[in-house]
Design a protein around this ligand. Sequence first.
Ligand SMILES: O=C(O)C(=O)Cc1ccccc1
Length: 224
Amino acid sequence: MTNSKLIAYLGPPGTYSQQVSCYCAYFGKTPSGHYEYVPLNTIEDCFAAVQDGTAAYVVVPFSNSSNGPVKFTYDLLRTTEPRPSIIGETQVKVEHYVLAAPATLLRIKQGGEDAVRTVYSHPQVWGQCTRYLTSHFSNATRISVDSTAYAATLAEKEGNAVAIASIAAADIFHVEVYAAEVQDNQDNYTRFLVMEQYVNGAERTELDQSVDMELVRWDRVTAA
Ligand SMILES: O=C(O)C(=O)Cc1ccccc1
């Protein structure tokens, strides 16, 4: 019987992290074999899962070409002891969609965008869709949640909310596309890292060292 190994990612299914985790065997140094994918609620849970050995590997978003660091990941990379080993990375083009429940779309059609009271998304998204959000839903409250796909689950349940999330989330949840590719920059890339548990005494990888340099560089930028 084959033993499957767990790859954890920021869930629920439909996040950008899930899409990346599905092919992380190709860019991470994960041995060939059979993998199962586990969605976790927060980036913090992903660090904990690899730390305590619940998951063999985790995939976390690290930084974005439009708005820089994913704060949760940067903070956890600085504070988790010992820090997991970074064994792979990839850059993925990220396209954001405005998703809404069918009833909300009807309300927008009848009453305009002011019918929308709440826009849900992952905090990383706001700075990637500034232009769109300046001219749309300006009276709505922006609520940051743990992931874009979780945002889609909230929009699915509410009659006056939209989510900014991936097209994959639209396929999974009962939400429809109100607007496509709303990111400011068409070349909007996010860098993701694959990590595994750090083994005591192991030499740090080259990738570990380049991430260290990135953290130091960012500390300098914010201190200036
Ligand atoms: O929330 C998600 O879907 C994630 O995977 C985190 C994220 C959010 C925004 C851009 C890239 C990754």
